[in-house]
Structures are given as C-alpha cells and as structure tokens.
Design a protein around this ligand. Structure first.
Ligand code: NAP
Ligand code: GDD
Length: 432
C-alpha cells in the first residue's frame, strides 16, 4: 500500500490542498499528514473531520504529529479496523463522496464546487441545456474546474429532468442552490419566481425521497425570509415576515425542507444565509453593480452610477466563506437549520463610499438616486447572529467587509483592463 506523506507547517488552506490532492489520488488507500507544531493538531483534526473520508486520527507517533488512515471500499487500511463506525461514512459503502449541486453555474455553486473538489468529492451539477450550448457565456464561473465536474442537463421547471439525473447516479449529498435569486425580478415576475423556487425545491425533495432518501439535502434559505425584521440581530428562531415574492418562495422552500425532514426522516437542512458576495457576483446585485461601475469610472468609461435605496442595510459576507458552512451543515450527526452571517451591518451608501474610496474618489460626486430602482416593499435592515453556526459547525467568516469591497473593486478593475470593454459592457448592460 502506497502512502502519501506530507510534512511541514500547515496553515488551513495548504492542509486542505494536501488533503484534497491525496484524496484525489484514489489508488492510494491511505496517506498521512505530519504536522510539526502541536497547535496545528486541532486544525488538522477539524479539516479531516470535514473531509469526505472518515479519517482515523492518532497522536501516538509523536507529540504534534497526526496520522490519518482511510478505508477504501473493501481494501482495508491497517487503521480501518479501528474506525469506530466500521465504515468510511458514505452512504454507498465506499470512500469518495458524490455530491450533486443545483445552481452550479451561479456564484455560490462555483465556489462550492471548487471546495468539494478540493476535498476529494466527485462533483455533479445540474445545468440548463442552454448552458451546455453556450459554455463560454454560461459556464464562465466554473470553466476553470469544468474538466473535474460531471454536468447534467436539467431544469428546475421540469420534474422529469430532475428525476432523470437523480435516477442515474447515487449521491451522498445534494446542495440545492438553483433559484431565481434576484429580489427585484421577483416583483417583475412573481409567478415564474414562485414556480422555479417553490416547485423546483419540491421536485428535488420528492425525487430524492423516491429514489435516494439517504442522500443529505441542503436548501439555500435566505435572510430575505426575515423581511420586516421582528428582532435584531436575526437568529434561527426569529419569525419570518417576507417582503417580496422571492422571500415568500424561500419561506415555502424552508418549510418544505423542514417537512421532508420531519415527515420522512430525511437528512434535510436549511441554511439561512445572509447576503454574500464576491468577484463572481451577478452584475444585477447592488454590490457588483457598484464595483463594476467603480471600475468603469476609474478607467474613464462612465461617470455616474444610478442606484435606488442607499439607506438599506445588509449583513454582507463573502461567498467563498459561506459555502464552507453549507458543507459543514451536511457533515453533522443530526439535521438542523443555521443562520450564516457576519454580525455586521452596513448601508448601501457605506458600500459605495468604501468602493469609490478604493480608487480615491468621493461617492457623492458619482452616485445618483434613481427611484426606478426602489422596490415596492423593501427589507430595510438585515444583521445576523451566527452563534449557533460558530458553536456547532465551528464555522466563522474569514474575510472582513473592507476586504470584500476591495477584492471586488480590484477584480473588476483587473477584468475591465484586460477584457474587451464592449464585452464587459454587455455583461453589465442589464443593470445600467
Ligand atoms: P445565482 O448566482 O443567481 O445562481 C443561481 C443559479 O440557479 C444559477 O446557476 C442558475 O442557472 C440556476 N437556475 C436558475 N433558474 C434555474 C432553473 N429554472 N433551472 C435550473 N437552474 C436554474 O445565485 P447565488 O448567489 O449563487 O445563490 C445561490 C442560492 O442561494 C440561491 O438559491 C439564492 O436564492 C440563495 N441565497 C443567496 C444569497 C446571496 O447573497 N448570494 C443569500 C441567501 C440565499 P443559470 O446560470 O442557467 O441562470
Ligand atoms: N440590485 C440593486 N440595484 N439593489 C439596490 C440598488 C440597485 O440599483 N439600489 C439600492 N439597492 C438596494 C436594494 O433595494 C436592497 O435593499 C439592497 O440594495 C441589496 O439588494 P441586492 O444586492 O439586489 O440584494 P438583496 O438583499 O435584495 O438580495 C440578495 O440577498 C438575499 C439575502 O438576504 C440576493 O442574493 C438574494 O438571492 C438573497 O436571498
């Protein structure tokens, strides 16, 4: 039996990479990671515990050294017999976990796919047929990992298409992220938002119940469900009061997910995620609308940015941090619901101020309020308390608000500088 051995001082990202690399080399049934400082031990255990293999950790060899053994199907490693559960933790009795992501072409789907790949998962995604026909345009967020993904054509509007995918592959985990996710659009077309978000979620749950009831299910719930908030900060028990067809559709999805958990004993969890952004955010959302405009203003291609309500407050985190919480929710012993948030709230005005100050400009010289971007009913304030996620999942956000804004501004300046400005314009056009 070959053994991959990695030695050295590890921070969390390099430990994850080392783990993912070894996990991908599936011919190897076992690998060990030696860590040189005792402090890293708990970190190592945490990373291993999140990984798709159920590891055996032993500290016997030397202080601060960790040895991780893994079973692989029927070929048992010397450590296998010492695994308390006697199996590797997948529902199918072998090691590499299979995950299905709906909405894999979106912001969160792309970060989650990357994360699961780095953990050694076999990652499948449901994409709309048109995406397979126009990969340059519609698969751009996952282009860099596309070779490592298995994509299936399907739509949330079609139960047969979902049933078809789920009937042909056995999944350990399903992350249901696909949705019509733009709140403003849900006012413009509430019917299709409800249909995609509510029926689509129901189709996923019903197909899994029918075909793979052991598959663990994550539903992308939202802080929009709190709407006109009844308390501050918002926690898992804060009552819902949605303010848009989108918010209503997410409340319905939340209760569908809870009902499948209670009625059929399925492992179904709701993540109640507050706004999370990043350089891959869609241009229609306010943060990306601002940072892409800042890039154009900086490069002299635009001078004015028209926005709606500057006083709305949001708890903005980074998508790359938040997808880790999704994964952790499905690794617990029992299914539950979790708020994922930073605990800080900022106005749209503050976002503008900070984004324009990154390029030494004053937002008051460039931002104009345009009533066409006001919503018929607004969510004025969101701020979450993620104490439960911190305590139970060991999750916490890694990036600050300032880092998020800076990363998005710099990324848009970089893209616009390298990209054909006409192409950038086309991508941004729908929001100006
Ligand atoms: P996003 O970038 O808008 O991605 C949405 C995804 O859903 C895309 O992959 C899209 O595919 C897919 N989709 C839409 N309609 C579909 C249909 N009829 N059939 C199949 N796929 C469809 O959203 P996100 O920011 O990554 O958010 C992911 C999920 O988390 C969403 O459910 C959203 O409501 C929820 N959420 C987001 C936040 C946030 O701040 N980002 C906060 C709370 C909850 P195409 O590429 O083909 O359009
Ligand atoms: N999009 C947009 N465009 N929003 C604007 C604008 C504008 O020109 N001007 C002001 N805003 C305000 C909106 O009124 C809202 O109060 C706030 O900026 C944030 O809007 P979005 O970025 O569109 O996000 P959202 O908060 O409505 O919804 C996002 O977060 C939810 C979680 O709370 C989406 O990602 C949802 O899918 C997600 O569930």
């Amino acid at each position: 039996m070959r053994c991959t051995e990695v030695e050295g001082l590890f921070d969390e990202p390099s430990l994850r990479r080392a783990y993912g690399q070894a996990a991908r080399e599936r011919a190897q049934k076992e690998f060990s990671v030696k860590v040189m400082v005792p402090r890293t031990l708990s970190l190592c255990q945490r990373v291993m515990a999140q990984a798709p293999y159920r590891p055996l950790l032993s500290t016997e060899s030397s202080p601060g050294a960790v040895r991780a053994g893994h079973c692989h199907c029927k070929q048992l490693s010397p450590f296998y017999s010492r695994l308390s559960q006697g199996n590797c933790g997948t529902s199918r009795g072998h090691c590499m976990k299979k995950a299905l992501i709906t909405g894999i072409t979106g912001q969160d789907g792309s970060y989650l796919a990357e994360h699961l790949i780095s953990l050694g998962y076999e990652v499948h995604g449901i994409v709309r047929r048109v995406a397979l026909e126009q990969p340059e345009r519609r698969l751009s967020r996952i282009a860099h990992v596309q070779n490592e993904l298995k994509l299936h054509s399907g739509s949330l509007e079609s139960y047969p298409s979902i049933f078809h995918v789920i009937s042909r592959h056995e999944f350990d985990e399903c992350y249901h992220l696909a949705a019509q996710s733009f709140v403003a659009e849900s006012f413009a077309d509430g019917f299709s938002t409800m249909s995609v978000n509510v029926d689509g979620t129901h189709y996923m749950l019903a197909a899994l119940r029918e075909l793979q009831p052991k598959c663990r299910f994550y539903f992308a719930g939202s802080s929009e469900m709190f709407g006109r908030v009844r308390e501050r900060p918002q926690i898992e028990t804060t009552p819902f009061h949605p303010r848009s067809p989108y918010g209503i559709s997410k409340v319905a999805g939340f209760y569908l997910t809870m009902n499948y958990r209670e009625a059929y004993d399925m492992f179904c969890v709701n993540g109640i995620l507050f706004n999370h952004e990043g350089p891959r955010r869609g241009f229609e959302f306010v943060t990306r609308k601002i940072t892409s405009a800042v890039a154009r203003i900086k490069l002299g291609l635009q001078s004015e940015l028209r926005l709606g309500n500057l006083d709305a407050r949001r708890d903005w985190g980074h998508s790359a941090d938040y997808v880790l919480a999704m994964h952790l929710m499905l690794q617990q012993d029992t299914p539950d619901d979790y708020v994922v948030a930073t605990g800080e709230t900022h106005t749209v005005r503050e976002f503008c101020e900070l984004a324009l100050s990154e390029v030494d400009l004053d937002y008051r010289d460039h931002v104009t309020v345009d009533p066409q971007f006001y919503r018929p009913s607004e969510v004025d304030l969101l701020v979450g308390d993620a104490t439960k996620a911190r305590r139970v999942l060991g999750w916490e956000p890694q990036r600050t608000f300032r880092q998020l804004v800076r990363e998005m501004v710099l990324s848009d300046i970089e893209s616009l500088s390298h990209m054909n400005a006409v192409h950038f314009d086309m991508m941004q056009a729908s929001v100006r």
